[in-house]
Design a protein around this ligand. Structure first.
Ligand SMILES: Nc1nc2c(ncn2[C@@H]2O[C@H](COP(=O)(O)OP(=O)(O)OP(=O)(O)O)[C@@H](O)[C@H]2O)c(=O)[nH]1
Ligand SMILES: [Mg+2]
Length: 463
């Protein structure tokens, strides 16, 4: 199906910049020859055993000038990351040395690796399936314990195994229906239609559950988005700063201080929360402020939790109630609205939260740092249904997987309809095959090449 490239590729696998060491990776059938052209040591690496490390010097094209002292690690095919011959050169870190060695390797015939090309080769050589390859990128990008955990599980093959199990269920059913074709003259049914429907529905339920796990999966991958919404001066920016533990946003007693949306994240109970500090809500003639408020609405629409900050230093007004309506109408019913009463250190005696009509508010004071831990706890509790599913079952964190599962489900529904309409089992088998293929896309069995290129193209160079 796929053609393996004959090129030997190379790239710096570590971040560009000053550091202790940099690692340059070479993979392909000429990896050892190319490395041998620049590496001088007591050992001839062309004959050295796989999985050994050698000390030596990288020489310039003239074969005389020393570029750097390095360690070279050898991995012979197929026992390497890519499944090909792989060399890793560990040189001194820095901007110049690694680039210099890289250009030397080009001179001796290596070509620059495209983003993700090492992992793409690992995939093409059957070292990992697509879901596992994607997990490699996720591990690199994970910023919280939970996202790291989900990616490690995916890399271990847990999702892939489950997908294979689901595919097997459909495959068995498919074979049964296709076998009936041989007996079509006799009109024999190898399984009753009720039984076939039952089996489809059982797999359908499993795929649906997996597909729905994306709600938690999205939290794991992208963090829980929390929009800080409130009237000007209610203390949104003060709260953001306290949560972050730094003076990130400008705080002032002037109403309308924040204009642009400020996005920052912290980890609470192992899960990343992304906070959006927004412009305070009010009728404004100031064009810039109007734009700010438009952006506030935008953040609200994308939020997983709306945190409504209310200033308790004065009596509740009509504006506070209007804003609650505005928030309610802007978010989906699934998005919790958490009310946060701020400035309790200077709470007005006539302030009553009941006048706004929110339930279970949390009282805080940004000035005295009161109630902040309780607020964090509450945010964490709001995501608990998702916490549980993350630890106990398989979650999908990737929109591509979600789309493939949705298509797979649609095909199953078509298969059922075909059977209900009394059409032959072979027609239903076609729909089941479609469903199978969509499942296969998750692990890369049936993924078109251009999509593969797109997926690996999003990886970093050197991975
Ligand atoms: N006493 C008291 N003052 C507070 C508290 N929280 C915030 N403030 C003050 O309230 C004023 C407004 O705070 P900000 O954090 O800038 O309010 P904001 O909601 O971001 O305002 P805009 O950006 O204009 O919408 C500042 O002077 C803060 O110092 C609090 O808990 N107690
Ligand atoms: Mg502000």
């Amino acid at each position: 199906m796929h053609r393996l490239s004959q090129h030997t590729i190379t790239a710096i696998a570590t971040p560009i910049g000053i550091g202790g060491i940099s690692v340059i990776r070479i993979s392909g059938q000429n990896a050892f020859q190319i490395a041998n052209s620049v590496f001088k040591s007591n050992v001839n690496i062309l004959y050295a055993a796989s999985h050994t490390i050698h000390y030596g010097v990288i020489k310039d094209v003239d074969g005389i000038t020393n570029i750097d002292t390095v360690l070279v690690s050898l991995f012979r095919a197929p026992n390497s990351y890519t499944g090909e011959d792989v060399i890793e050169i560990s040189c001194h870190g820095g901007y110049f040395v690694a680039q210099k060695i890289l250009s030397l390797l080009y001179t001796f015939g290596a070509t620059p690796a495209k983003p993700g090309e090492f992992t793409q080769r690992a995939f093409l050589n059957g070292k990992l399936d697509l879901a596992q390859a994607e997990a490699v990128a996720d591990i690199i990008h994970s910023r919280s314990e939970k996202s790291h955990k989900a990616s490690v599980l995916q890399l271990s093959g847990r999702l892939s195994n489950y997908i294979n199990e689901l595919r097997n269920q459909l495959l068995n059913l498919c074979s049964l229906l296709e076998l009936e074709l041989d007996f079509s003259q006799e009109g024999i049914e190898l399984a009753s239609r009720e039984d076939v429907i039952k089996r489809i529905e059982s797999t359908e339920a499993e795929i649906l559950k997996l597909s729905e796990s994306y709600t938690s999966g999205k939290f794991v991958r992208e963090g829980v988005k929390v929009a800080l919404i409130g009237r000007p001066n209610s203390g949104k920016s003060s709260l953001l700063n306290i949560l972050l533990g730094e003076e990130r946003a400008i705080v002032s007693e002037i109403a309308g201080t924040t204009r642009d949306v400020i996005e920052e994240s912290i980890v609470i109970d192992g899960l990343e929360f992304v906070f959006f500090d927004t412009a305070g809500f009010r009728d404004s003639y100031d064009v810039i402020e109007q734009e700010g408020i438009r952006r506030t609405l935008n953040s609200l629409k994308q939020a997983d939790i709306a945190l409504y900050i209310i200033d308790s230093s004065h009596k509740v007004s009509q504006h506070d109630k209007l804003l609650l309506n505005q928030i309610t109408s802007s978010v989906s019913t699934l998005v919790p609205i958490l009310a946060c009463i701020n400035k309790i250190d200077i709470k007005d005696s006539s302030f009553s939260i009941n006048d706004i009509g929110v339930t279970h508010p949390i009282e805080i004071s940004c000035k005295l740092h009161l109630g902040i831990d309780k607020l964090k706890k509450e945010l964490s509790i709001l995501t608990i249904p998702n916490h549980d599913s993350i630890s106990s079952s398989i979650v999908i964190t990737n929109i591509r997987h979600k789309d493939a599962l949705t298509s797979s489900l649609k095909s199953l529904q078509r298969a059922k309809k075909t059977i209900y309409n009394g059409l032959g089992g072979d027609f239903a088998a076609i729909d089941l095959r479609d469903s199978l293929n969509y499942l296969g896309e998750v692990i890369g069995l049936t993924t078109p090449d251009d999509i593969l290129d797109h997926i690996f193209g999003k990886f970093c160079i050197g991975k």
